[in-house]
Each structure stands twice: as C-alpha cells, then as structure tokens.
Unconditional design. Structure first.
Lengths: 111, 381
C-alpha cells in the first residue's frame, strides 16, 4: 500500500478499559488489553501486532480473530478499519503433518 | 526548499540493524530519523529468519562481532529493552550424517578454534546425550555451547519500541530514491515522495535494496538476493533447547518458547528462483517446504506427526564474499554502510547496532570490523 506514516504521531495515552482481559485471539490467548497496549508500544499495523503478540499466528491462522483485532487496532489509532492492510495469508490452508507435506512426488526438476 | 526533517543521523531501513543502531544512538544522546520503505517495521529478513544467535560456522572476519554480542549484549537484552526476546544460550549443534559431513564440520571447528571460540567435535554418543531426539543416522556434530537462539520478530520490534520510546522518529511507507552530497559530504536523503531528510550521518541498512540507494553516491556493494524459506509447527512438548544446523545445510532451526518449531531451509534452486511474491512479502516456492520437512524427518523422526501451520519466505542479501559490508566508506564522508549480511544479520544485530553507534559518535568501533570494510573488493587479477 505504501502510505507514509510518522510513528511519532500522538495517539494519546493508554487508558485501561473494563473488558481489557477479554480473550480476542483464542488460539494464542491474547487479550484486548494486550492488543491495545501493543498499539501504544508502536505496533501500528496488523503484521506488526501479529509478530509482536502472535495474534492470528495459531492453529486457525486468524480466521476467527482477524476482524476483531483489526477493529481494536483501528479504534486505538483513531483511523478507519479500511486503512489497515490485512496480514499476509500463508500456506498451508489447514495445518498439515510433516510426513504428509513432505510426501509429494519428487521428480527431476529439469525433466 | 526549507528542510524540516533534520536529525544527527538518518537511517535508511527499519530492520533489526536500523532499529538497533537507532536505539544505541539515542542512548548516546543523538537524534535519529529512521526511514522504512515498507508499511511494516522489520519486514525483510529481520522477521523472516530462523532466529540463530551463533558464532560457530561464522567467518573469522565477522566472528569478533558475533562473540562480542553474545558476551556483552544478548544476555541482558530482554531486560534492557523491556521485552522478552526469548534469548537462549544453550548451544548450537551442527549435525553430520556422513564422513564427508564430519570433514566439513572439522574444518569449521578448526577455523573457529583459531579465533578463540570454544567449539568442538562430538561423536554419535555425545550428540545423543545433548539431544536424545536425534535419529541414529547422525554420527557426529560440532558443538558450540555458547551459541543459541532468540525470537527475531520480537527482538526487532523490541529495538524499535525502545528506540521510539527514546525519541527516535520512525517513518514507514517512505521508500528512498537518492542520496545527495552537500559540499562533498553525504547529507541529504531524498524519498520517492520527494520528501527530503537531512543528517550529519546517513546510514544505509536496507538489505538488498541498499544497492540501488548506495549507487546514487557511487558506492556499489557486490551482492545478490536469494530466497530462503521457513516453516513453523503447532506447539509441541518441550523437546530440546539447542539451536540446530546441519553440515549439509538441509535445514536449521529451534523450538521456540511458545513450543512451536521454527525451521528454515531451501530447495537448492534458489539462485534461479522465479520471484513469485508481492514485493512486500515474498512468496514461497511450492517445492521448498516439503523439502525442508523431508530434511527434518531424517534427523528428528518423531516430528513426522507435527503439523505445519504456516510457511513463509524472505530474501537474504548475499555478499560476493559471504560477509557483511560495514562502516564508513573511504572518500564518501558522512556515509555509513550496513548491508549484505548474507544471512548472518540477526545474531550479530545488537553488536552491529552498538558498534555503529560508537562509530558514528566516537569515530571508531571497539570491535575489529576492518575485514568488513567496503574497500575490500578488488578485481581478481
């Protein structure tokens, strides 16, 4: 997307909220408060939040929480959800055993 | 045009090298602007590597940096940055399955010993004592007890967080087009957006992209890109704490604090891979992750049922001679180069950042980096 963002922009203080202990990413057990705090630590993109907290990095790869995380980050930054790029989806689509993934047919690449 | 974007040091590239240097510079009282082309901090190799913090197997020219980092910086890093970087100093095993492998490992071990590093060969029994999960195919290994691993994504973002808290100004989504000299000194940094930044020093730490930027002041680092790929499993029981590699370079990796195994590797055709991913997030080739799996299962048969949840890819900026280009450049005052890390950048990043901050503020480093200077490249005859 490449939007110029100055990370020194003032987004206000972190203000605790009563439901900060609510679980948002169930696979990795990350709470709303942890996500909000990470934004104040400077993690302003979904990719950075994922790498910092592991949200959406568990078994479901964010299929459950992606939208919720996006909403929380957008609200904290005071921007619209549409301004946040989704994190990259990566193969495999479902968790797959090593012995299965490693078992494809090996052929001569240059045949 | 009035320049408002001024700092003591302008750093191009918010990977772990740029973020670490920014942090150590702010600690020394310097004002810093860090410019990142991507929308994300640490979006290149910094977040895509296997997390090794190693000295064994490293070139004697970069070994002093690796050893300095592990002795002086890594042990206290989590505390200093206020974020758990998941650093473990519990050794590195480089595994061998054939006599040829052992020969390679013995060569690496001898070279490292000559530089004063404690690394030694271990036989099949000893290696199984260190790591009981290994297959019987493993007949020996090199063992460096002071090597280890850390979480590269968190460490990169922890340096960013702390540098930002200490006043460094980070700007993302700002690709750089040219550097410009003012009265002979590299001073101005001009972005594709036409924004201009000005520093007493300009540091270029933008991975492979450094090449195009440096060319604008006549500096050409001989390097190319190679794709490396990684995979991560679901969380497993705690099995072992060492960092692993193999003589054959089939794969490398470790078990993270989270319990998942992170393994990196290649298919063998990386030199001529087709670039299939979007620019900001390189794509995997279909043949690589299965190849890494086959490699892992030969060494760790019991991992065959571990489920892969995610794979990813990243570019390594490989230098002509396999070690980074670091420091000032003769006849180009004001410029600091830190690129071409050749896949070794993560482990030495704290040391590089701290030493670059010393170089910029004191005019010299305390670790010998003379073997990494830009001026080392000469025609062969």
């Amino acid at each position: 997307m490449n939007t110029i963002v100055d990370r020194t922009k003032d987004i206000g203080e972190f203000i605790p909220q009563p439901d900060d202990d609510m679980l948002i990413c169930r696979c990795e057990e990350v709470t709303k408060g942890e996500i909000r705090r990470a934004v104040h630590d400077g993690m302003w993109t979904i990719t950075e939040i994922r790498r910092y907290l592991r949200t959406g990095m568990g078994l479901c790869q964010g299929q459950t929480c992606a939208r919720l995380v996006k909403g929380i980050v957008a609200r904290e930054l005071g921007i619209s959800m549409a301004e946040l790029e989704p994190a990259a989806a990566r193969s495999p689509m479902r968790p797959i055993e090593m012995k299965v993934l490693g078992n494809e047919e090996v052929t001569d690449l240059w045949q | 045009m009035a320049v408002v974007n001024k700092a003591d040091v302008v750093i191009i590239g918010a990977g772990i090298i740029g973020c670490a240097t920014a942090y150590y510079l702010t600690k020394r009282g310097k004002s810093v602007i860090v410019l990142e082309a991507s929308d994300n901090i640490g979006n290149g190799g910094s977040s895509r590597n296997g997390g090794g913090v190693r000295q064994s197997g490293r070139d004697p020219r970069e070994l002093p940096l690796a050893m300095y980092g592990i002795k002086e910086l890594w042990p206290g890093l989590s505390e200093e940055l206020g974020v758990d970087c998941e650093y473990h100093k519990e050794g590195n095993l480089r595994l061998g399955k054939t006599d040829k492998h052992l020969e390679i490992l013995e060569g690496l071990t001898k070279r490292a010993n000559a530089c004063g590093l404690d690394v030694r060969m271990v036989n099949a029994d000893e290696v199984k004592k260190i790591n009981p999960h290994l297959s019987d195919e493993v007949i020996g290994a090199s063992w460096c007890p002071t090597d280890g691993h850390a979480n590269p994504m968190i460490t990169t973002l922890a340096f960013y967080r702390k540098a930002r808290m200490s006043g460094a100004r980070f700007i993302t989504g700002e690709p750089i087009k040219t550097l410009r000299r003012v009265k002979g000194r590299v001073k101005e940094v001009i972005a594709e957006s036409k924004n201009v930044y000005e520093g007493e020093y300009v540091m270029v730490a933008a991975g492979y992209e450094s090449r195009k930027i440096l060319e604008t002041v006549g500096v050409d680092v001989p390097m190319h890109q190679e794709l490396m790929e990684c995979l991560v499993t679901e969380a497993q029981q705690k099995m072992f704490p060492q960092m692993l590699g193999t003589a054959e370079a089939d794969f490398y990796g470790h078990q993270s604090d989270h319990g998942s195994f992170v393994f990196g590797g290649s298919s063998g055709i990386e030199m001529n891979n087709k670039d299939i991913g979007p620019k900001n997030s390189p794509g995997n080739s279909a043949i690589t992750a299965p190849c890494i799996c086959r490699g892992i299962m030969k060494y760790f048969p019991e991992l065959e049922d571990a489920k892969i949840v995610r794979t990813w890819a990243g570019y390594i900026d490989i230098c002509q001679d396999g070690v980074p280009v670091l420091g000032f450049v003769d006849d180009v005052p004001g410029l600091v180069v830190a690129c071409a890390f050749s896949g070794h950048g993560f482990g030495i990043a704290p040391a590089v950042g701290e030493q670059m901050a010393r170089l910029i503020t004191d005019g010299r480093t305390t670790v010998d980096i003379s073997g990494l200077r830009y001026g080392r490249f000469k025609a062969k005859i």
